[in-house]
Design a protein around this ligand. Structure first.
Ligand code: HMG
Ligand code: MG
Length: 309
């Protein structure tokens, strides 16, 4: 009863976007074959996610691991109702992404100038300009459009990012017609109060139901940041199976928060996700075994060892 009362102000239901196949694998040094990625996406599709970020149609010179994106999208078994998303940096990427029949185009800009230059080789303003045609074409093709804002809290090159810089990018992404906007802690350095401040400021400019939290877990703050986001009404979160990941242009940044950990917390809070935690634990074991190292998910490892006892 006490738990129920404590949860009354939190969302009853959340959407978890699984980003492991893209954000999770993009930074892996050894090339992972398309078959393994396809098997991972298929496992995740069956686990009940409504949205899986499966690919990135970026330059293979910049992110070689994503060069298999077309083969991955062609090879997966699509489950009805699942939205398969991919990052698209420019019209060249969009052309391939359309052939690969993605459901959602993800454009990505930064709230920090320095990170924008390192990640996509142009200023924030130039990136928004470049995305105009991508956004317009995606919409004309009837696709969903999501905007991801990197370094919304801390930048590895510039330090703490002022909320006003985030707001400006939120406004620009809103004006491009984004259906959803991600507020991302690229280097996993944000803390809960800072997260609430930025989320609340973003919600002044864009419907809170369409804002998401994308937290990396470098400093071990991601679950706390998710809880802090729930407290201010955010109900979409990104997570990566087995805690895979890192951004090639954010040195030292580790993976996204582990999906298994997020699902375990949501279960405990009585918040509905529609996802089968056990199936995600299996997917985490599958990919960790393939990569030859233990899963980074604390809950995943605990649940797996409980099975064996
Ligand atoms: P550039 O070098 O300035 O672009 O890169 P360019 O137009 O001069 O092209 C250079 C070469 O790349 C050319 O090939 C193009 O054809 C090719 P060449 O003529 O030299 O043989 N090229 C492409 N090939 C395939 N697909 C394409 C494409 N575009 C160009 N789409 C560019 C500019 C934006 C392309 C590059 O900087 C890039 O691809 N950056 C992507 C970086 C990236 O993927 N970063 C990680 C994802 S973001 C992230 O992880 C953050 C997130 O998780 C949220 C968070 O945590 O913050 C989303
Ligand atoms: Mg990320």
């Amino acid at each position: 009863m006490q738990i129920m009362q404590a949860n009354q102000h939190l969302p009853q239901q959340v959407k978890i976007v699984e980003v492991g196949p893209r954000d999770g694998l993009q930074n892996e040094p050894g090339i992972i074959d398309a078959e393994t990625k396809i098997a991972l996406v298929n496992r995740l599709s069956l686990a009940g996610f409504h949205n899986i970020e499966a690919a990135a149609f970026v330059s293979p010179k910049w992110v070689p691991q994503m060069a298999t994106s077309n083969a991955v999208m062609q090879g997966i078994t699509r489950q009805p109702g699942v939205v398969y998303s991919a990052l698209v940096p420019n019209m060249q990427g969009l052309e391939t992404a359309l052939q690969a029949k993605i459901d959602e185009v993800v454009i990505f800009a930064a709230a920090s100038e320095a990170f924008s230059q390192k990640n996509i080789n142009c200023s924030i303003a130039e990136s928004i300009q470049r995305f105009q045609q991508v956004a317009q074409t995606a919409k004309q093709q009837g696709l969903r459009l999501r905007g991801s804002i990197s370094c919304a809290f801390v930048c590895p090159y510039q330090g703490v990012v002022p909320p006003q810089s985030v707001i400006e990018v939120v406004q620009r992404m809103r004006d491009l017609g984004c259906d959803e906007i991600d507020i991302a802690d690229t280097i996993g350095a944000a803390t809960p109060r800072q997260v609430q401040t930025v989320m609340q400021a973003a919600a002044q400019e864009f419907p809170i139901a369409q804002l998401s939290g994308h937290f990396h877990d470098t400093y071990g703050q991601a679950l706390a940041n998710i809880y802090a986001s729930l407290e201010v009404g955010i109900a979409i979160f990104h997570a990566s199976v087995a805690g895979l990941g890192g951004c090639p242009y954010a040195k030292g940044a580790t993976g996204n928060v582990a999906t298994e950990d997020v699902l375990y917390m949501m279960q405990g809070l009585g918040i509905e996700t529609g996802i089968d935690l056990n199936a995600v634990v299996d997917a985490g074991l599958f990919i960790s075994q393939h990569l030859g190292r233990p899963s980074m998910s604390r809950a995943g490892n605990a649940l797996a060892s409980k099975r064996m006892s």
